[in-house]
Design a protein around this ligand. Structure first.
Ligand code: NI
Length: 207
């Protein structure tokens, strides 16, 4: 029976649970509530790795990799342009922190990765530009984005609107900070104020 081996593997995978799935799943499989909670927990308590190599696409259609940002600190934020409040507030904080740094901000590369590639097509470029000239917007296939988000232990899930065919996206709103060599330095919680963000960036820029 040709399908049985695959089925056995699936059962084994589900017995091992979430670690196997979120570490290895390449498909755009929305994590279950348990997986999402586990992922958040791992991030909070610093279990496992955060981040890793990625290649995604910028609004000009150019392939961009994390490796091109080496030598600078990298801020990574997962969100979507239709986000009513959290994303714009956090992106504004990032913008204000970069402005507060003055010329030293050149040592920081902010990256916005959309978790809504279906709708964030043309609008993505204008959106990131409205925040900061150095902010790079990145998109990709649903599978590519899920893979990168999983590597950052970032959760996101579509939430259908109560009426109409629209949806919003529930997502992790932390600001990730990566070092000059691409190593994970830590994350800042949602709604970190710009002053605190500036302080943290300055600390790492001075190192
Ligand atoms: Ni958001």
């Amino acid at each position: 029976m040709p399908g049985s081996r695959a089925r056995t593997l699936t059962i084994v995978a589900s017995l091992f649970g979430f670690g196997f799935l979120y570490g290895a799943a390449a498909a755009d499989e929305q994590p279950s509530a348990e997986q999402a909670a586990q992922m958040m927990d791992d991030l909070m308590y610093g279990r496992g790795t955060v981040g890793g190599p990625f290649t995604l696409t910028d609004p000009a259609g150019k392939q961009r990799s994390d490796s091109e940002f080496r030598g600078r600190l990298m801020i990574v934020y997962f969100g979507y342009t239709f986000c009513p409040d959290v994303c714009p507030a956090d992106l504004m904080a990032i913008t204000q922190a970069l402005d507060a740094l003055g010329p030293a901000a050149e040592g920081v590369q902010p990256v916005f990765i959309t978790v809504d590639p279906e709708r964030d097509t043309k609008v993505l470029g204008e959106y990131v530009e409205a925040f900061h000239h150095s902010l790079v917007g990145l998109t990709g296939s649903p599978e590519e984005i899920r893979r990168v988000a999983n590597s950052y232990k970032a959760f996101y899930a579509k939430v259908p609107d109560a009426r109409g065919g629209g949806y919003s996206i529930d997502h992790t709103g932390v600001i990730y900070l990566m070092g000059r060599g691409g190593e994970y330095l830590g994350f800042m919680p949602p709604q970190t104020n710009p002053e605190r963000l500036t302080e943290i960036l300055r600390k790492y820029l001075d190192k």
